[in-house]
Design a protein around this ligand. Structure first.
Ligand SMILES: NC(=O)C1=CN([C@@H]2O[C@H](COP(=O)(O)OP(=O)(O)OC[C@H]3O[C@@H](n4cnc5c(N)ncnc54)[C@H](O)[C@@H]3O)[C@@H](O)[C@H]2O)C=CC1
Ligand SMILES: O=C(O)C1=N[C@H](C(=O)O)C[C@H](O)C1
Length: 257
């Protein structure tokens, strides 16, 4: 049995995970944490503060807000348990703190827990290797109207992966208003917010007289929850270190061979 603490349990993702985990008897939510602790009636205890949690657990799964990152890192390091961070909108300081903590505990961090998106990243890296010199690359992301951060963590992750494939030669542009003509070394990232869109990312490779688009559409939040379950199974028993979806996919490919 794997026991988890679910940080942000009363949010959209917290509740999706709460429902899906009912189909996975080997993973139990020992307790939840949410600043809005009374929003839903859960069949586990919900705390306002992680430091008050009495239940023991193997790991913390976080889908909340960047303002809780430092506290959950401190909690996991003190307890010597793993941490999975799915929250987006993190700052450089948050990444530094996660990296420092990963020398003591296993940390899994991904801006997108779906397999499909992580395969999309690989497709784009390969396309960028071939097309990067001759094609302009731009990213368009669409999300629901309640999303707090922009651009999405996924759009940034895709842009960073493409940039590292192109020897970090790209300049990130988030708004073209009054920017003039496009320079060849730019990568534009655009955000649209509306309705209940669970998440859509389109990566555009625009050349002379032709265009290639790689697009991933999430039809529901289930894909993020199912990827999180794979991350839970992956991280338990791991040595301290900084892991992501690419590590998980590599392990899956090896075990399928
Ligand atoms: N990595 C991935 O695959 C995915 C990541 N996300 C990210 O997960 C985060 C949450 O997304 P949603 O569930 O859609 O948001 P939401 O706003 O519906 O839920 C967030 C929950 O966290 C709670 N919360 C806020 N501050 C907190 C704190 N300091 N401590 C504990 N709880 C706190 C809120 O009360 C709320 O219930 C966002 O950053 C989002 O971008 C969302 C979907 C997939
Ligand atoms: O807030 C969301 O909803 C999502 N956030 C993540 C992101 O910022 O990339 C992942 C997914 O697209 C849904």
């Amino acid at each position: 049995m794997i026991n988890i603490l679910l940080n942000g349990c009363n949010g959209k993702m917290g509740q999706t995970i709460t429902q899906i985990l009912k189909e996975y008897p080997h993973i139990k939510i020992a307790a939840g944490i949410d600043t809005n602790a009374v929003k839903f009636k859960n069949d586990y205890k919900v705390y306002n503060e992680i430091m008050d949690v009495e239940e023991t657990a193997d790991l913390v799964l976080d889908f909340s807000h960047p303002n809780s990152i430092n506290k959950i890192i401190e909690y996991c390091v003190n307890k010597g348990i793993a941490l999975i961070v799915a929250t987006t909108g993190l700052s450089e300081l948050h990444y530094e703190a996660l990296s420092k903590a990963s020398t003591k505990i296993p940390i899994f961090q991904s801006a997108n827990m779906s397999y499909g998106v992580n395969v999309t990243v690989e497709l784009c890296k390969n396309a960028a290797k071939i097309l990067g010199k001759d094609f302009d690359i731009e990213i368009i992301e669409k999300h629901h109207s309640e999303k707090k951060d922009a651009p999405s963590g996924t759009a940034l992750m895709i842009a960073q992966e493409i940039n590292s494939t192109l020897h970090n030669s790209l300049e990130f542009i988030y708004d073209r208003h009054q920017k003039g003509t496009r320079k060849p070394n730019e990568i534009g990232i655009y955000s649209l917010r509306g309705g209940t869109i669970p998440g859509e990312h389109t990566i555009v490779f625009a050349g002379k007289d032709e265009i290639i688009e790689v697009k991933h559409t999430a039809f529901s939040r289930k894909i993020f929850a199912e990827g999180s379950i794979k991350a839970i199974e992956f991280i338990v028993g791991k040595k301290p270190g900084y892991y992501n979806m690419q590590d998980l996919l590599k392990e899956m490919i090896i075990s399928n061979e």
